[in-house]
Ligand binder design. Structure first.
Ligand SMILES: NC(=O)c1ccc[n+]([C@@H]2O[C@H](COP(=O)([O-])OP(=O)(O)OC[C@H]3O[C@@H](n4cnc5c(N)ncnc54)[C@H](OP(=O)(O)O)[C@@H]3O)[C@@H](O)[C@H]2O)c1
Length: 297
């Protein structure tokens, strides 16, 4: 089979589309014929070697953790899924013709493979950090970096739960944030004042890692009410950095419920063929993705 891999850490040009041994489903796993793979910032962070100290990767390594596709192997002990089912979920080396998933759900009717591949990681992250921020229905959540994959998901889940959201994004994404039910303003010079004019903030999420933790603590009045997923310096301000993946099967089940009720839709910013994974990484790293970028297999 073909898969995207890299044999050294570095720039996007270390990515190669090469022949590789097919992976097989172990106990508790399934294998899919991949139809699409979601591109997450963690994919290029791993390729750059950013996680070597905390989660070392052995080279050569595959790329990607999210995918959708057709089940073609069911591992020992797995129930409730059959060869031929259309699923989306999380696994490893998903930028490939075949990939093994360790968490999955059946794709809801009407969702395309391309769309489905964008959901798994962002939905798990969004559910986790909304819970950790402790924000309740009727309260207001500030989301810094609200138009990306995680932000788009947080906004829709919060709206469904009766939580008001104030989101910051670039000028081009103000109407997009409003379409997801949020109060919107731009980041950059004067943003704290603009947020204050929109309302009181009960809790805040830093999704962009743009060096705003101090301001988020000021706006909420309590470091315990701020969560960052992108700023490793957050603990210096007494703010929790959330980096441990939670319960993915539970998150996928909740995503299916939201999708079926018409409450969650993550737009696909752009599709890339497997051979253009490097371009997908360059575009994702530029930091202005609306929704998710997706590789089509
Ligand atoms: N710790 C964890 O568990 C975890 C999990 C998932 C993701 N992450 C990390 O969280 C970050 C966000 O992930 P993602 O998938 O949502 O990324 P993404 O889809 O690439 O979105 C990034 C967003 O950041 C916004 N942005 C860029 N510069 C900004 C600034 N100065 N202020 C505010 N917003 C700004 C962009 O908005 P505009 O286009 O409108 O400018 C863009 O929509 C990434 O760094 C990722 O590595 C961590």
């Amino acid at each position: 089979m073909k898969r995207v891999s890299f044999a050294e850490f570095g720039d996007p040009d270390v990515l190669r589309l090469e022949g590789a041994e097919e992976p097989h489903a172990g106990p508790g796993q399934i294998r899919i014929a991949v139809r699409a793979a979601g591109v997450n910032p963690v994919d290029w962070r791993i390729r750059e070697g950013q996680f070597q100290k905390v989660r070392p990767v052995v080279l050569p390594a595959g790329v990607g953790q999210d995918a959708s596709g057709v089940v073609d192997e069911v591992g020992e002990g797995v129930e409730g899924v059959e060869v031929g089912d259309h699923v989306f979920g999380r696994g490893s080396s998903t930028y490939a013709e075949f990939a093994v998933l360790s968490a999955w759900a059946r794709m809801p009717e009407g969702l395309t493979f391309e769309e489905a591949a964008g959901y798994p990681s962002v939905v798990e992250t969004a559910l986790r950090i909304i819970r950790q921020a402790g924000v309740q229905p009727g309260q207001t959540l500030l989301v810094s970096g609200a138009s990306g994959g995680v932000g788009s998901t947080v906004l829709q889940i919060a709206r469904d739960r009766g939580i008001t959201v104030i989101g910051t994004a670039g000028a081009a994404n103000q109407d997009y944030l409003r379409s997801l039910g949020a109060l919107a303003t731009t980041y950059g010079e004067g943003w704290v004042k603009r947020v204050q004019q929109l309302g009181h903030v009960d809790a805040a999420l830093d999704l962009a890692g743009s060096g705003v933790i101090r301001e988020l603590v000021e706006l909420t009045g309590d470091p315990q009410k701020v969560i960052s997923i992108a700023d490793l310096d957050a603990p210096e301000f007494g703010v929790r950095f959330s980096g441990v993946t939670g319960n993915v099967p539970e998150a996928l089940a909740e995503a299916v419920g939201l999708i079926v009720r018409g409450k969650l839709h993550i737009p696909v910013e752009k599709l890339y063929p497997l051979a253009e994974a490097a371009a997908a990484h360059i575009d994702s790293r530029a930091g202005h993705t609306r929704g998710r970028r997706v590789i089509v297999v």
